[in-house]
Design a protein around this ligand. Structure first.
Ligand code: 13P
Length: 341
């Protein structure tokens, strides 16, 4: 393990003004996204769509620090034969790879899942590193419902995250450690805070036990937020304050950065929440984004699979990337207010 190299990569991923584009939708998930815009999910269409994102020069150079790819994408070449990984590197961003193999039902824990993919992971990491990946991602999913999450599910998922993170560091690949507490339920923000604290405490204990070096990783958590079906939605300020309180209780200062997932928040909400947290400031880690839906919903809609819409899609992506880039510095709201006058 080369800790200097790991720390350098992690620092590049969470540098001020930039954040991570999560473009690692599995074949099933990207099909769902394409279905919504009436595009057939073929390998060429998936390539064309991702190529248009990675060729958005302004966004990629100025607002995107890294891109998470899917197994198919890291092997694909652009229309002109340039590997997609090269496009990302040429823009000055770091290529990364999703390495988990998705979730399966956890036995004897109805409604809960375990993320799989540890078998053969060392060999896959070696291959991905050869293909250009400098960081990886593994997503554990924790749902909130009556009697859920159970200790069994939290513990098993945290352990798998730590096993994955240790294997990554052994291969000089920075692990993004993603324990996602879902916002799908009807729970309020305080229940999300309690569960997120429980999950993060457990994750950091497991990381310690597996000897993961905190200086060489990035945490990708959910924000502390009310469930989508909750009748009491929290304000931007409450989300920012409660998220930061939980993080301060759980995340050691040695972790260089925290890159939030958007998890089904609207584009604007995801930006506003990140901006509010960075305006509060006073925390030891960089706070940035690793958004999938909150960066891609607008360009997907603008593109709709039509070559003549590529520029409009790139403009939409660049706008969202720039707004989130401002939010990493707590400057989004101020610039918005100045623009309105
Ligand atoms: P969302 O921002 O759409 O939640 O996606 C981020 C991600 O990578 C989930 O694993």
């Amino acid at each position: 393990m080369d800790l200097d190299q790991l720390a350098q990569t992690a620092a590049a991923m969470v540098q001020p003004g930039k954040g991570i584009l999560a473009a690692d939708e599995s074949s099933g998930t990207i099909k769902k996204r394409f279905d919504a815009i009436g595009v057939e999910s073929t390998a060429d269409n998936r390539r064309d769509y991702r190529e248009l994102l990675f060729r958005s020069t302004d966004a990629m150079r100025n607002s995107i620090s890294g891109v998470i790819l899917y197994d198919e994408t890291i092997r694909q070449v652009a229309k002109d034969g340039t590997p997609l990984v090269k496009l990302i590197e040429q823009a000055g961003a770091v290529p990364g790879i999703k390495v988990d193999l998705g979730t399966k039902p956890l036995p004897f824990c109805p409604g809960e899942t375990i993320t799989e993919g540890l078998d053969g992971l060392r060999e896959r990491l070696t291959e991905y590193r050869g293909l250009g990946a400098r960081f990886a991602k593994w997503r554990a999913v924790i749902d909130i419902s009556e009697g859920i999450p159970t200790w069994a599910a939290v513990k098993a998922n945290a352990h798998a995250l730590a096993r994955y993170a240790a294997l990554c560091q052994e291969q000089d690949v920075v692990p993004i450690v993603e324990p996602e507490v879902l916002m799908d339920g009807a729970h309020d923000i305080d229940r999300c805070a309690t569960v997120t604290e429980f999950v993060l405490k457990t994750v950091f204990q497991e990381l310690y036990e597996q000897r993961v070096v905190l200086e060489g990783m990035v945490l990708k958590p959910n924000m502390v937020i009310a469930g989508k079906k909750s009748p009491r939605q929290a304000s931007v300020e409450e989300v920012a304050e409660k998220t930061m309180l939980v993080l301060k209780r759980c995340v050691p200062a040695a972790v260089p950065g925290i890159a939030f997932l958007s998890g089904g928040q609207s584009d604007e909400e995801a930006t506003a929440h990140l901006d509010a947290m960075n305006r509060i400031g006073g925390v030891p880690w960089r706070l940035t984004f690793s958004y999938g839906r909150a960066l891609q919903a607008a360009p997907q809609k603008a593109w709709s699979g039509k070559p003549e819409n590529v520029e409009a899609a790139q403009r939409a992506f660049t706008h969202r990337a720039r707004m989130n880039g401002l939010a990493t510095m707590g400057q989004w709201k101020r610039q918005l207010e100045e623009a309105v006058g």
